[in-house]
Structure formats: structure tokens, C-alpha cells
Write a protein that binds this ligand. Structure first.
Ligand SMILES: NC(=O)c1ccc[n+]([C@@H]2O[C@H](COP(=O)([O-])OP(=O)(O)OC[C@H]3O[C@@H](n4cnc5c(N)ncnc54)[C@H](O)[C@@H]3O)[C@@H](O)[C@H]2O)c1
Length: 320
């Protein structure tokens, strides 16, 4: 697994440990605090941790070779704010990094069965770029950010590795992932608002309009199902959670956590991504996997933050 210390990575690790696997966690970070937050202090002893940079081709090939890796879940990436700040390094991590993963698979000469990776709904542009209604998997990519451009490149890289080398892959396009462990990136604000609610602090979500919010555990479930699948080709799937307006998300948080009323808000400034995704193809190939309803996901997130807060384990450094 690459990016195993990240938000989605921590949930995938949790799922793998629950099914008795011992994952190899490759990440550049030196503090797996999200893993500990979600899985407890002993979690680190239950996996093999390899610190390394996805942009380092030899390091990636080495970890795949030395650990006899058979399936890869590739999540290491820079998110939108970092790609915007430094597009060159962003391309190195996101585009070259993904090519390095596929090269390592090629070098392993058939031992690695498949690559599962996170693309993003940022491959699509704003709703105004498309006919009305949820965006289907085969809608044309119109990325509005460098990050989205890099994700298009990842999908095309995967396609060419299938066509030229028969390496099967599955990529997934979530949009606004929320839930425990989400703390960084443009679309982290709804989760930060939930954390602020539990901590009794004010918080203003820095954007608005509509978005497609998916509970992080649902994303991990898709990645795990893909890793266990035997379907071939270079497949890419939209993921859908719940389409909602940010104003309504604030209302749902306040309804579930009445003490937060009046402390939360948002800026009515849309972000340049779709507000609704169609996941029919994912449901057909790997489902049925009904998404967590938004009110339930918010409740679960608040409950988990509350539990962590009471145990003195709630990491809130991003709210400082
Ligand atoms: N969070 C979302 O809303 C969302 C939406 C769509 C797609 N995605 C994609 O899902 C994947 C995981 O997202 P996340 O929210 O868990 O991100 P995250 O930022 O929480 O985690 C990313 C992880 O990758 C690691 N990493 C960064 N650069 C690295 C490098 N050069 N070498 C090795 N490791 C490196 C980081 O240390 C971190 O642990 C990413 O590919 C992201 O683009 C996320």
C-alpha cells in the first residue's frame, strides 16, 4: 500500500488488518498518527512499514520486490493545495509516482496481480461543463486543476499498462471524502466543521454550492473490493456518496450536534467539480455497495470524534 498513513490509507489498513492481512505500508511520512488514531497504539506493530518516496523509482521497485507484493493499493499523492503551490513537484509525486508503481509491477514479471489506485472526480470540471444530472463514468474529462490533470494522466497511464503489458488495474473517483482521519485538502472542510463542533469551536467551511460527499469507510470498502476482484482491464469507476449543498451539510451537523448551532458557517463559493456522480458501473461490477447516508456518516464522524476527545486522542492540530 502506498500513502498508507493518509486518511483513506488508514481506513484501508484498518480493513486489511480486520481480514487478517499484514499489509506493507509505504509512505513518506514519519508519523502514522492517523493509523494510531483509528486503530489504536498497537496498530503499527501489525504492519510492515517502509518509509520512502513514491517519486523514487528504485525505492518503489525495491519494496515491491523485497516483500513479494501481490496486490497494490496506490494512494500516495499530493492533494489540490500542494499541487497548486508546486505543480512541478505535484506532477513528480502524482504522475511519475504512479508510473513508478506500474514499472515496479512490470519488473515483478507477473507476480503482482493488480493495481488499485485513487483517481479523483477532479478529472471532471464544474457542473456547467456538462449536461444536467449526475456525471457518468464515461463523461469527458475536463479537469479545472493541475491535480485533476495529473489524475487524468494516472488513468491513461493505467490504460496503457493494460494495453501494452496486460497489468490489470482499477481506479476510483471519489469527490469530497469525509469522516475520521480527513484533515487535509480542499474538501476536508466539512470534516473539520464536524471536529470543530465536537470541540466547541467556531468553523467556517471555505467553499459552498453542491458537492458529492462520500464517507471514508465507503471509499476504503471500494478499494478493498477492487483488490480482491478478478476482473481484468484498466477500469475506472466513479464513486457516489450523497449529493448535497454545503449549507445543508452545516444544517445536518447542527441537527446532530445542537451545541454547534451558530458556531458553524460556510462561504457560498462553489468549487470547480461536479456536484453529483453516477456510480452505476461500480455498483454493477463490485457492488451492491449502498453508500452511507449523509446523516449517518455525519453522526458516525461526530461519535468517533467525541470518543477520541474523551480518550484524549483527538488530533486537532489542523484547527489550531
Ligand atoms: N480525500 C479526498 O477527498 C480524495 C478525493 C479524491 C481522491 N483522493 C485521492 O485518494 C488518495 C488518498 O487521499 P487521502 O485523502 O488519504 O490523502 P492524504 O493527504 O490524507 O494522504 C496521502 C498520503 O500520501 C503520502 N505521501 C505524499 N507524498 C508522498 C510521496 N512522495 N511518497 C510516499 N508517500 C507520500 C502522505 O504522507 C500521506 O500519508 C490520493 O491519491 C488522493 O488524491 C482523495
Amino acid at each position: 500500500m502506498t500513502g498508507a498513513f493518509g486518511c483513506i490509507g488508514a481506513w484501508v489498513v484498518r480493513g486489511l488488518l480486520a481480514s487478517g492481512e499484514r499489509p506493507v505500508a509505504f509512505d513518506l511520512g514519519d508519523d502514522p498518527w492517523r493509523l494510531r488514531m483509528l486503530g489504536g497504539d498497537d496498530v503499527v506493530g501489525r504492519l510492515t512499514i517502509v518509509r520512502g518516496d513514491i517519486a523514487d523509482r528504485e525505492a518503489v521497485a525495491r519494496v515491491v520486490g523485497e516483500h513479494g507484493v501481490r496486490r497494490i493499493v496506490h494512494l500516495a499523492a499530493w492533494q489540490i493545495p500542494l499541487c497548486r503551490q508546486d505543480p512541478s513537484r505535484g506532477a513528480l509525486v502524482n504522475v511519475v509516482g504512479t508510473a513508478n508503481v506500474f514499472e515496479a509491477v512490470r519488473a515483478a514479471a507477473g507476480r503482482v496481480e493488480r493495481v488499485v489506485y485513487a483517481s479523483s472526480a477532479a478529472v471532471f470540471g464544474p457542473p456547467s461543463a456538462y449536461p444536467p444530472g449526475p456525471i457518468r463514468d464515461d463523461a469527458p474529462p475536463r479537469p479545472a486543476t493541475h491535480y485533476g490533470v495529473y489524475k487524468v494522466a494516472n488513468e491513461e497511464t493505467a490504460r496503457v499498462y493494460w494495453e501494452e503489458h496486460r497489468i490489470p488495474s482499477m481506479g476510483f473517483r471519489p469527490l469530497s471524502v469525509y469522516g475520521p482521519g480527513r484533515d487535509f485538502g480542499l474538501t476536508a472542510d466539512p470534516t473539520l466543521a464536524m471536529k470543530a463542533a465536537v470541540l466547541g469551536r467556531p468553523f467556517r467551511i471555505r467553499w459552498g454550492g453542491g458537492t458529492d460527499l462520500i464517507y471514508v469507510e465507503d471509499v476504503a470498502r471500494a478499494l478493498l473490493a477492487a483488490a480482491a476482484s478478478r476482473l481484468d482491464g484498466a477500469r475506472v469507476y466513479n464513486l457516489h456518496g450523497a449529493s448535497a449543498r454545503i449549507a445543508d451539510v452545516v444544517g445536518l451537523i447542527e441537527a446532530a450536534w445542537p451545541a454547534a448551532r451558530g458556531r458553524l458557517g460556510h462561504v457560498e463559493e462553489p468549487i470547480p467539480f461536479p456536484d453529483a456522480l453516477d456510480d452505476t458501473r461500480y455498483q454493477q461490477d463490485l457492488g451492491p455497495a449502498p453508500p452511507t447516508p449523509l446523516a449517518d456518516g455525519i453522526r458516525k464522524t461526530l461519535d468517533e470524534f467525541c470518543r477520541l476527545q474523551e480518550a484524549g486522542r483527538l488530533d486537532a492540530r489542523e484547527l489550531a
